[in-house]
Write a protein that binds this ligand. Structure first.
Ligand code: BDR
Ligand code: CA
Length: 325
């Protein structure tokens, strides 16, 4: 049976690839997309999520808006580096039509809380942006932390951060939320930079999408080529772009894609290490380990699955010439 999934995104190019991964997966049933801030503002991100779902013919999947700034702040502005990596519109300046529908009236927090109550172990929540919405869900319902299964893209345990030496971008946006989530979640898998910088895509793969001649293939190729170009400037030594967010979705579908280290996690919220994800010394000797940090990944198998699922999905969208008429 397909595993039910809520994807919490700041859409974002790799967030778009994560949505596409979920849509192309028969072993996942995407029951809702929740929108957070980060790569873009919440309204831009939810606009992108709605437009992407429509492009791939999935107007049946609802989109909810979450809190629009971090817990310790009262507003949010997109960082210059985010705009450089994802483009002003968040999807690498790819142009896709606005959706014919809007976000749901129910909030992302309410939707998460309700879904965990309703589906329990059948559901996995995959946040691939700041953890603000998940932290708010934990506060809204005292049973949430015990019952939710969470696989995040975020953090770095064995490698440096990508915003500061210590801190990865999603955690850096809201360290207080990340700390609350790590300390309270009963089942949280961290898919961080330790593994997501090992899963890289190049223009060789995006050329395969372009060659499909479909609207879906064109969108995936245009957005991802922009992202690859940004990586050529920010991290030329990698030789491709990091498939951060889709790897977390892939792990939700198939946990065996990664090797994990069981450890109780926390996030530093003070001083120069603010935003660092690390073991919680106060729970070091607890028998129960609630955190599972991905430290190894089957790169070849993931990339094969990634291309199979996304190419299959893009193949099923209308031809670019028919769509242009
Ligand atoms: C994470 O930060 C965001 O820019 C990406 O979408 C990804 O979720 C990588 O550090
Ligand atoms: Ca993201």
């Amino acid at each position: 049976m397909a595993r039910k999934l809520i994807l919490d995104v700041d859409t974002g190019i790799d967030d778009a690839l994560a949505i596409a991964y979920a849509l192309g997966s028969e072993d996942l049933d995407l029951i809702g997309v929740t929108g957070t801030y980060g790569n873009v503002l919440v309204p831009t991100g939810t606009r992108n999520s709605l437009a992407i779902l429509e492009l791939f013919g999935r107007t049946d999947i609802p989109v909810y808006a979450g809190p629009d700034h971090a817990r310790a702040r009262d507003s949010f502005e997109v960082m210059e580096i985010s705009e450089f990596i994802h483009g002003k519109n968040g999807i690498g300046e790819a142009q896709i039509p606005d959706a014919s529908r809007a976000v749901e009236e129910q909030s992302a927090v309410e939707f998460m809380v309700e879904s965990v109550r309703q589906y329990g172990d059948e559901l996995v929540i995959v946040p691939v942006g700041p953890l603000t919405t998940v932290a708010a869900a934990m506060e809204a319902d005292p049973t949430f932390a015990d019952n939710a299964h969470i696989v995040i893209m975020g953090g770095a345990l064995t490698v440096p951060g990508n915003v500061t030496q210590w801190s990865e971008a999603n955690i850096n946006q809201d360290p207080e939320a990340a700390d609350l989530v790590f300390r309270n979640a009963k089942d949280i898998t961290m898919v961080g930079l330790d593994v997501t910088l090992q899963t890289l895509l190049t223009s060789k793969e995006t050329a395969e999408w372009k060659a499909l001649g479909t609207t879906g293939g064109d969108f995936l190729a245009t957005a991802t080529d922009y992202y690859i170009k940004a990586y050529e400037t920010t991290a030329p030594y990698l030789g491709g772009c990091g498939l951060h967010d889709p790897l977390a979705v892939a792990v939700a579908a198939d946990p065996n894609l990664v090797e994990t280290l069981d450890i109780n996690l926390k996030t530093d919220t003070e001083g120069e290490t603010r935003g660092r994800t690390i073991g919680d010394e106060a729970r070091l000797n607890d028998a129960a380990k609630t955190g599972h940090v991905a430290v190894g990944v089957d790169v070849e198998r993931f990339l094969a699955e990634f291309m199979r699922r996304l190419t299959g999905l893009a193949q099923r969208t209308p031809g670019r010439d028919a769509a242009a008429k």
